[in-house]
Write a protein that binds this ligand. Sequence first.
Ligand code: HEM
Length: 409
Amino acid sequence: MTDPGAAAGPQLGRRALLLGGAVATAGALASCGAEQPTAPRPPSPAPFHGEHQAGILAEPAPAVVVASANVLAADRKELAELFKAITDRARTLVSGKAPTATGIGDVPADPGTLGPTPEPSGLTVTLGVGASLFDDRYGLAGRKPARLARMEPFEGDDLDPAWCHGDLSLVVAADSQDATLRALRDIARHTRGAMQLNWKIDGSTAPARPDGAPRNHFGFKDGTANPDAARPHETAGLVWAAPDDQPWTKGGSYQVVRLIRMLVEFWDRISIGEQEQIFGRDRASGAPLTGNAETDDPDYASDPAGKIIPLTSHIRLANPRTAETDGSRILRRAYNYSRGLDSNGNLDLGLVFTCYQQDVERQFAAIQRRLDGEPLADYIAPFGGGYFFALPGARDERDHLGRALLEQG
Ligand code: HEM
């Protein structure tokens, strides 16, 4: 079965979120008491309060920081305080409230990197929990999301323990890297002693060149075919926790993070024709090789032997568009990273691949297994990441992320 929403998805999703965000931001500014709102600000891209965390369906922002943290809280009460503190900071940062003024002898309330009156910067903060949080420290073993496990290596992985797993995940996305780093710094500062950052990677998306999805370091548009985030019937079965999962998980989503190095020195030595066969798409336009426009659906029916789009191409293996594989689709959010050089002087570039789904095994892991041994595998090297459960959203000013998880019952 094809994905009819894939073509229009990104644009529709963005618009819907922008409209929703304008209303919610006005509400948030009107109701803030303690800290002073500053003069007119652009709307936040998505409301902070709701059934779901806003960052999940939001289109990839220009900048992201993906981090993992381990919890140091002594007991469940302190864990609840930690969740409240993260929620409070995220709510404040997203709303763009001005930092409280301090005297010259005081420690500043804000690092100041965004100036004295920081803009909201289109910020979203998405908090997830890893399988390790459900060990014996906080008595949560019986509340582990039914489909949450520790990420195990796939074929071709060379996982570095320093870049894997964690009790928590934080995905902070915004219009600029200054804004993502300031938000992460603020959250880390307000949670000192209760959690410790474990690993962190900065990512970015390129502007449309000339249009459509942003390009990855291999020069291909990345993010074209995705379930339509604006269609609740689509996201209900693909993105949000299933009704038969732990009751508290309602509104949350399984988050997979994969840190994948892209071996650009090798890639830059092969022909465009070969590159396009590896992905199954035209590099310039992003169109599937059976079509003309980026948003055209690949036509596998008229190319059963893979003469035009090889059977081993990335898009054909990832989503064969059959009735049997329809339920394995994922909501992908990919960012480019650049981490300097490796010890041989080669560029360390790659993808911060994140995706959201209802069931990691049925979706991400099934796709990854289909991709095992694909021709693209010679040009990439996964080294980190983890599986997390992105918590249900905070419903209102009195609610906090993680409340349902910690509630007795
Ligand atoms: C560095 C690694 C990767 C690169 C460079 C890459 C690149 C791409 C590109 C260029 C496309 C086509 C455009 C688009 O629809 O977005 C694509 C599609 C896709 N990729 Fe990847 N990808 C990578 C890793 C992964 C991984 C790890 C998965 C999941 C296990 C994955 C799943 C998908 C899916 C599901 C599609 C859409 C296929 C369709 O519906 O037609 N990709 N990828």
